[in-house]
Design a protein. Structure first.
Length: 271
């Protein structure tokens, strides 16, 4: 069963749903299994020495695992964000170079770059947000490539060594932009694998369940401890869910940089 519908929720509501699920599990287990567990561990102090060893061991191993997963997830999110920013920067540099071309090549090249940015914003990003690969971008970049290679090196910019260098730079920037787009297209669905999610969820549930076996004189204190553990685990797993798919959900990589580039090119074309 797919749980991607969670990414349609606002971050606050997503946090409430995820943490509430773990807190409800903790409270339900405490209430439903309290009498049966008391017959197993006996009255206070029960088997707290054994339960303490088991809970500590489980907490240490699961805590290390959860910490490593959280760091890896955040690192992946930051890597995807850096990739998108680098792609915008490369496209902006290409725009500056294309703006030096003579007419009508300048307008044609800028118009194709503007259309590329529009495709990224209006088609590729929505596709990535629902787990589909971006499509249709390469056609506009290939059109720019055709414009740049339509004439001999240097003649496109009027001849001379400087014009040859500028033409070579524009081709180099275009190739870098194509490579950045290909990398984003390959990474749009970066996420934790299903087995790793099973480890995280089962480990969290086992950690919560271990609190049910702690004997205490006060049921209020025991229930508070159970809720505190489940709430903390729920918040950490909410963080994993929110950052796991970098292009999905309320907390996701933005396409604002591409939109700003599109608006900038519109301004250049209107000049």
């Amino acid at each position: 069963m797919s749980l991607y519908w969670l990414y349609d929720l606002p971050n606050v509501l997503l946090g409430v749903v995820v943490t509430s699920a773990f807190v409800l599990f903790a409270v339900a287990g405490h209430i439903l299994l309290r009498k049966r567990i008391e017959t197993w561990v006996g009255p206070y102090p029960g088997q707290n020495d054994v339960v303490g060893i088991v809970s500590s061991t489980l907490g240490i191993f699961f805590g290390i695992t959860l910490g490593l997963v959280a760091v890896g997830t955040w690192d992946t999110f930051n890597s995807m964000d850096t990739l998108a920013q680098r792609e915008v920067l490369t496209a902006t540099n290409l725009q500056r170079t294309l703006n030096t071309l003579p007419e009508p090549t300048r307008s044609d090249a800028l118009r194709n770059l503007r259309d590329w940015a529009d495709i990224v914003v209006t088609k590729s990003w929505p596709a990535q947000q629902v787990g589909r690969a971006p499509q249709g971008e390469a056609e506009k970049l290939e059109a720019i490539e055709a414009l740049l290679s339509a004439r001999e090196p240097g003649r496109l910019l009027g001849g001379g060594g400087g014009s040859i260098q500028r033409q070579a730079r524009s081709v180099q920037q275009l190739n870098a932009l194509m490579l950045a787009g290909d990398e984003r297209a390959r990474s749009y669905d970066a996420r934790l694998t299903a087995p790793l999610w099973w480890i995280v969820v089962i480990g969290a549930l086992l950690t919560i369940a271990s609190t049910w076996f702690v004997a205490a004189n006060s049921e209020t204190v025991k229930l508070f401890a159970t809720i505190s553990v489940s709430l903390m685990l729920g918040l950490l797993i909410f963080f994993l869910v929110a950052t796991d798919n970098p292009f999905r959900g309320d907390l996701s990589i933005s396409s604002d940089g591409f939109a700003a580039l599109r608006d900038l090119i519109d301004t250049k074309l209107a000049e």
